[in-house]
Design a protein around this ligand. Structure first.
Ligand code: KIV
Length: 270
């Protein structure tokens, strides 16, 4: 008996084809089954199970405390809700830096325990050995350069990165290193638009930006673009709704209805 593997419709190869055809790639974060299902049914190309779950789901100030077990929990929930989109899970802080064997073990756990399609990893030359070792196991890797939130304690700021020439040159050479190593795509976060454009034009693999200008695709944190989170307002964030107030109004109405005895009505009782 032969078994045909059930691949999701959006593959890493498909993303490369999209870049070649000039078709923009759409990516949003997802952390749970229900949201992932809505994202998938809406036609998103890539769902990123970002370690921004640390902020959005768990209320931490940075992504540093995120654990591999928590990423696997979110990754598994998302993958169960997705048929079409490519599912990428972030390797969290401390699970890949400085030890490529550990990096491989962490990536293998994500792939075996979540049914995701790929992992994402922050950094360039410093973590290239980890990227290479993960790729030897046939696990697709997405890079992440520019503002890398897991290094917040090193830089001490979430300001725009690579504004100076030396940092811009390092970013460009890191991006090329990631491509040569075999990454299928790179995320660029919060860098000047001109640099984003240059990286996207010099790389054959797709460049997906968050505050990196007009590159091959865009990613946002779903809770931010839906307007569920309120405090975070960087220039790159376009809010597509104001769900925070709409949810709050619905919750207030429910409270009022229960308190007044309006809910449940006769038609809502057995
Ligand atoms: O964790 C995350 O949500 C991310 C995106 C901001 C790219 O890495």
């Amino acid at each position: 008996m032969s078994v045909t593997p059930k691949l999701r419709a959006v593959t890493t190869l498909r993303l490369k084809e999209m870049k070649m055809a000039g078709e923009k790639i759409t990516m949003l974060t997802g952390y749970d089954y229900t949201m992932a299902k809505i994202l998938d049914e809406s036609g998103i190309d890539v769902i990123l199970v970002g370690d921004s779950a640390a902020n959005v789901m768990a209320g931490y100030e940075t992504t540093v405390p995120m654990t591999l077990d928590s990423m696997i929990y979110h990754g598994r929930a998302v993958a169960r809700g997705v048929n079409r989109a490519l599912v990428v899970v972030d390797l969290p802080f401390g699970t890949y830096q400085g030890d490529s064997r550990l990096a491989l073990q962490s990536a293998v756990r994500i792939m075996k325990e979540t049914e995701a399609d790929a992992v994402k990893i922050e950094g360039g030359a410093e973590i290239i050995e980890s990227v290479e070792r993960i790729l030897t196991a046939g696990i697709p890797v997405m890079g992440h350069l520019g503002l890398t939130p897991q290094s917040i304690n090193k830089y001490g700021t979430y300001a725009v990165r690579a504004k100076e020439d030396a940092e811009a040159q390092k970013l460009l050479s890191d991006a090329k290193l990631l491509e040569e190593a075999g990454c299928f795509a790179v995320v660029l976060e919060k860098i000047p638009a001109a640099l984003g454009r240059q990286v996207a034009s010099e790389l054959a693999i797709p460049v997906i930006g968050i505050g990196a200008g007009d590159v091959d695709g865009q990613v946002l944190v779903s809770y931010d673009m839906l307007g569920i989170t309120g405090e975070f307002s960087p220039r790159f964030l376009r809010r597509y709704d104001d769900l925070r107030s709409r949810m709050s109004n619905a919750f207030k109405q429910y409270i009022e209805d229960v308190k007044s005895g309006d809910f449940p009505a006769e038609s809502e009782r057995y």
